[in-house]
Ligand binder design. Structure first.
Ligand code: NDP
Length: 334
C-alpha cells in the first residue's frame, strides 16, 4: 500500500511517517518545504525506496493535491496551522484549516475507489468545552463537540487559542460534511488527541523551532517561572499517537468513527518539573522548584482514551518516559 501523509515534516506527521515505514508501507509526504523533505529522506537511508516527497506550496487551494495522488491507496491528513502568534484569526488559522481539508478530500474523491480510507488529525480542542465546569466525575468522549460558533472563532476579539479551537472544530466538521454530502467511496476516521509530547523525529534545527506543544514542556526544563498552566489535563506521546493513526487506517471497523487517543495517566507541568529534577543532574538547577504539586487547579474531568486502546489496540507510554525522552533530546540541542 502507498499512503499520502500531509504535514509529514511536522512533529506528529513525521512520527506517522516512521510508523508506516517501519511496517513496510510506501509513503508520500507532502510539505511546503522541499528542504525539510530532503532532510527527512536523508535521515532515513534504509527507507530510501519507500519514501518520496511532493511539495505543495499552498494546500488551501482546491486542486493542488489532484496531481500527487497517483498510486495512492489511503491518506493521513495531519497538516493544519498550529501556532498562536497570529494577527488574523480567520486568514491564518481558521480558513487554512478548513480549506486544507476540502482540498485533500476533493483530491481523494477524484480518485474514485482507489482511495479506501482517509484518517484525519483533529484535536481534543474540537471536543472540550473550556467555558463550562463539568459535573464531578464527567468524562469527555468522542461524542462531544466544543460549542464555539464560527463567528466567535474568527472574531478579532477572540485570542488565537480560541481561534485554533475553532479551526479544529470547523475543519473536522467540514470533513464529516464532505464524506456525507459527496457520498465518497472512501470512509473517514478522525482522531482528537489532547496535548501531544515526545521526542522529535522531524527536522528541528534550533530549540526556538520546536513545535508548539513540546516547546511548552521544554520551557519547564528551561526554568519557566511560574510554570505554564495546563489547558487540558490530558496528553498522549507522539509515538503512541502515530500508532493510533496507522491502526485507524488498518482497522476495518474504525471507518466512520471519531476517537480520542489519550493516556489515562493525568499530567501537569508540576509533574513534568518533578520528573526533570529527579532524572537529570542539570535539571535540579534549571527547574527552580519554586512550585507546589497541583498548585494550579487544572480542570478536572476524565477523557476516554480507553476506546482507542480497545478498538485500535494502542498501549500508552508512561508520562515519565515521554518527558525523559523529549527533554534529554532537546537538552543536547540547546
Ligand atoms: P507542527 O507545526 O509540527 O506540524 C504541522 C504541519 O502542518 C507542518 O509540518 C506544516 O507542514 C503543516 N502546515 C501547517 N500550516 C500549513 C499551511 N497553512 N499550509 C500547509 N501546511 C501547513 O504541529 P503538530 O505536528 O504538533 O500538529 C499536527 C496536527 O496535529 C495539527 O493538525 C494539529 O492541529 C494537531 N494536534 C496537535 C497537538 C499537539 O499537542 N501537538 C494536539 C492536538 C492536535 P510544512 O511546514 O511541511 O508545509
Amino acid at each position: 500500500s502507498y499512503v499520502l501523509v500531509t504535514g509529514a515534516t511536522g512533529f506528529i506527521g513525521a512520527h506517522v511517517v516512521d510508523n508506516l515505514l517501519a511496517r513496510g508501507f510506501s509513503v508520500r509526504g507532502s510539505t511546503r518545504s522541499k528542504a525539510k523533505g530532503d532532510q527527512m529522506k536523508a535521515a532515513r537511508p534504509q527507507y530510501a525506496s519507500q519514501l518520496d516527497w511532493v511539495v505543495v506550496e499552498d494546500f488551501t487551494k482546491i486542486g493542488v493535491f489532484d496531481s500527487v495522488m497517483d498510486g495512492i491507496d489511503a491518506v493521513i491528513h495531519v497538516a493544519s496551522p498550529f501556532f498562536y502568534d497570529t494577527t488574523n484569526n480567520e486568514q491564518e488559522l481558521v480558513l487554512p484549516a478548513i480549506n486544507g481539508v476540502k482540498s485533500i478530500l476533493s483530491a481523494s474523491a477524484k480518485q474514485g475507489s482507489n482511495i479506501k480510507r482517509v484518517v484525519m488529525t483533529s484535536s481534543f480542542a474540537a471536543v472540550v468545552d473550556v467555558n463550562t465546569t463539568p459535573p464531578a466525575g464527567f468524562t469527555y468522549t468522542a461524542a462531544d463537540w466544543n460549542p464555539l460558533t464560527y463567528e466567535t472563532s474568527i472574531s478579532p476579539e477572540s485570542n488565537s487559542v480560541v481561534a485554533y479551537r475553532g479551526s479544529k472544530k470547523f475543519a473536522e466538521k467540514a470533513a464529516w460534511d464532505f464524506v456525507r454530502d459527496q457520498k465518497t467511496s472512501f470512509d473517514l476516521v478522525t482522531l482528537c488527541p489532547p496535548m501531544v509530547f515526545g521526542p522529535v523525529v522531524h527536522p528541528v534545527p534550533t530549540v526556538a523551532q520546536l513545535n508548539e506543544s513540546n516547546s511548552v514542556l521544554w520551557s519547564v526544563a528551561a526554568g519557566a517561572d511560574p510554570l505554564p498552566g495546563a489547558r487540558v489535563p490530558a496528553w498522549i506521546d507522539a509515538r503512541d499517537l502515530a500508532e493510533a493513526h496507522v491502526q485507524a487506517l488498518l482497522t476495518p471497523e474504525a471507518g466512520g468513527k471519531r476517537f480520542i487517543p489519550a493516556s489515562s495517566e493525568p499530567f501537569s507541568y508540576e509533574l513534568a518539573a518533578d520528573i526533570i529534577r529527579g532524572e537529570f543532574e542539570w535539571g535540579k538547577k534549571s527547574v527552580t522548584g519554586n512550585y507546589k504539586m497541583g498548585e494550579k487547579p487544572v480542570a478536572s474531568y476524565g477523557v476516554d482514551g480507553e476506546t482507542v486502546s480497545k478498538e485500535l489496540g494502542v498501549e500508552y507510554r508512561p508520562f515519565r518516559e515521554t518527558v525523559v525522552d523529549l527533554v534529554g533530546q532537546i537538552k543536547a540541542l540547546a
